[in-house]
Design a protein around this ligand. Structure first.
Ligand SMILES: [Zn+2]
Length: 421
């Protein structure tokens, strides 16, 4: 492969240098470090074990809330949600009175690093499991000569819209989205793009269906991570720098009988302070079979008419007495502490504990989806994620890694921070 054409580029205040080799950045959706530990300690991920020993393995702090869109948008821009604008899977637009999905590039307040990389001569390839993320990743990339497609809609990829087509003959049949194969397909596609010299700068983003369904030491999870390890090994064999993180962790959020350990906050607020409250659960997306729209983070909008009924401080104090609530912050404080875009938030932000989720009302949630038990994310307890590079770090990057390491600095580390063999 010829990398002489790949030049340095800059995006969102960060400059990226040519590496002389391909780069594969992987977001293993929902991969709490426990999943890697469980598999590695049983000898099921020998290739990841090897690169962890030879390169770098640590923990990084993700962006809050610990949700998929928020963190994927952060990783591909290199900046927090306060800059790129995507602070949840959806938000309530008070100016229009509508709840709006944020799965489209129109909500990005800055560019991803991909168009700049493509314009600098990199062959950029982006593969996501969920089609919902493709629009954000593909923004201005296809025009710049890059590739972006999802395993969910692999068969629909066309040159004009995806930068590539006939994916099924390259990688295999389009997998079902509610499967481990949907994620494996992402890594297999990455290998195919590298081997076919169709890409030399990859972003591979999987889906957390398996992690929502299976705990780390389960046979299903161990088999899944063993299969991921095979593909990670194939990526390494192409000569690429491989960099791995996650968008968020994953914890069990259920009672001993298996039912969700949920605080139905809209119900409780209406009961305590009178009606009109709106609780937004930004985990909500079209793929509710994973989690029934129950996560450990919520935005609360005050009732429109509430003069004399309560004070904001009174509500914040009351929230902190509710079971499972670990943080209750006014909008500006939350925007500052969690690096969130203040123009797309409620009046109050709350987080729930490790084994708690927040719901709206019991009727709002389709709990059939989580009858087998509930594992979910969104709060502080799913904020820390793996951060792995297949090569050792340069001294200045090793020093940064000892500080407040962030998952959305992974492209910076992968392109600028490792020592060539
Ligand atoms: Zn996720």
């Amino acid at each position: 492969m010829d990398f002489n054409q790949a030049r340095s580029f800059a995006a969102n205040g960060i400059s990226y240098q040519p590496t002389g080799c391909p780069v594969a950045v992987i977001c293993l959706d929902g991969s709490a470090d426990e999943y890697l530990d469980a598999a590695m300690s049983r000898g099921r991920m020998p290739r990841l074990q090897a690169i962890s020993n030879a390169g770098f393995r640590g923990l990084a702090r993700g962006a809050m809330p610990s949700f998929t869109n928020v963190n994927n948008a952060s990783i591909v821009t290199g900046v927090p949600p306060s800059v790129h604008g995507i602070g949840g899977n959806f938000f309530f637009d008070a100016s229009t009175g509508r709840e709006v999905m944020m799965n489209s590039a129109q909500f990005l307040k800055c560019e991803t690093l991909f168009p700049a990389a493509a314009r600098a001569g990199w062959k950029v390839g982006v593969v996501t499991a969920k089609e919902k993320l493709r629009d954000i990743f593909a923004s201005k990339l296809i025009e710049a000569g890059g590739i972006a497609f999802s395993s969910e809609k692999a068969m629909e990829a066309r040159f004009a819209t995806h930068g590539v087509e006939d994916i099924e003959s390259l990688v295999g049949p389009t997998p079902a989205i509610y499967s481990g194969e949907a994620s494996l397909y992402v890594l297999k596609a990455g290998v195919s793009l590298l081997e076919g010299d169709l890409a030399n700068l990859l972003y591979l983003s999987t889906t957390d269906f398996m992690q929502h369904k299976h705990e780390p030491a389960s046979t299903e999870a161990l088999d899944f991570y063993a299969a991921l390890d095979v593909e990670i090994g194939r990526l390494i064999e192409t000569g690429a720098v491989v960099a791995i993180t996650a968008d968020h962790g994953m914890n069990a959020k259920q009672k001993p009988d298996g039912s969700p350990n949920a605080l139905y906050l809209e119900t409780e607020l209406n009961r305590q302070f009178g009606t009109g409250w709106r609780v937004i659960l930004p985990i909500t997306d079209p793929y509710v079979a994973h989690h029934g729209a129950l996560g450990s983070f919520a935005q609360i909008h005050l009732p429109a008419m509430h003069t004399g009924r309560f004070t904001l401080n009174g509500v914040l104090a009351w929230l902190m007495t509710q079971p499972g609530i670990t943080e209750a912050l006014d909008r500006n404080t939350a925007a500052r502490l969690m690096e969130l875009p203040a123009d797309r938030m409620g009046d109050i932000v709350v987080c729930a504990g490790r084994n708690w989720v927040i719901g709206r009302t019991p009727e709002y949630h389709d709990l059939k989806a989580v009858e087998g038990g509930l594992r979910s994310h969104g709060g502080r307890h799913e904020e820390m994620v793996p951060f792995i590079l297949s090569r050792p770090l340069k001294p200045e990057y090793a020093a940064r890694a000892r500080g407040d390491l962030r998952n959305f600095h992974l492209f910076d580390f992968a392109l600028n921070g490792t020592i060539a063999p």
